[in-house]
Design a binder for this molecule. Structure first.
Ligand code: G1P
Length: 194
């Protein structure tokens, strides 16, 4: 009970239902009132991030430096890029690029690169104007990717290349790997799992 209570003390949680499955962009849009005109982070629960340096912390540092939106990308195999948003990068330093454009789930032949957006975004509030203006995109859904692409034409959007420790827990094998890799480092079960 103590453990459960401690979790509930960690943060003040507000939630809002997205009543219809109209896409990720729409889900972000229904949360607009919670954001109150400030920059904010979007974290997709099926992308689990482990690793030693917290990714979101690094993205917030970049956001503080440039005052602009920052998305996280990973390099994927060409034949996997069609599952993600794919960026055309213009590198400003190692592992940090300006997003020239981003396209949702392109076919491998049309993909601008094999750098794939993962479920971590730090966004400026101007994204809401782009979302409101967005037409239905891939799969008829309101895509965050399309709004990001529009935003990138108006103000800089940065992409941070993340290297190790991302698990897609919507994928069975990655789900199992995540369970084991995270368990190995735990004080309570780590030794037995190893
Ligand atoms: C969503 C985004 C996609 C992104 C992916 C990351 O797609 O639309 O741009 O690359 O998350 O996991 P979904 O996985 O919801 O189809």
């Amino acid at each position: 009970l103590k453990e459960v209570r401690e979790i509930s003390e960690m943060a003040s949680i507000h939630f809002i239902r997205q009543r219809d499955p109209l896409g990720l962009g729409h889900a972000v849009l229904v949360a607009e009132d919670h954001v109150a005109g400030e920059s904010f982070a979007v974290l997709l629960g099926d992308d689990l991030i482990a690793g030693n340096t917290p990714l979101l912390q690094e993205m917030l540092r970049i956001h503080e430096r440039y005052g602009r939106s920052v998305i996280a990308v990973v390099e994927v195999a060409r034949d996997e890029i069609g599952m993600y948003g794919s960026i055309e990068p213009e590198f400003v330093q190692e592992r940090l690029a300006r997003v020239v454009s981003i396209v949702e789930k392109p076919s491998p032949d049309d993909a601008p690169s094999n750098l794939a957006a993962i479920g971590r975004y730090v966004l400026t509030p101007e994204i809401f104007d782009s979302l409101r203006a967005a037409k239905p995109g891939k799969g008829g859904e309101m895509q965050l990717t399309d709004a990001l692409n529009a935003l990138a034409q108006e103000q800089a959007v940065y992409a941070y290349v993340f290297e190790n420790g991302r698990f897609d827990v919507g994928n069975k094998l990655d789900y199992l790997k995540a369970t084991i890799e995270l368990a190995v480092d735990r004080d309570d079960v780590g030794q037995e799992i190893r």
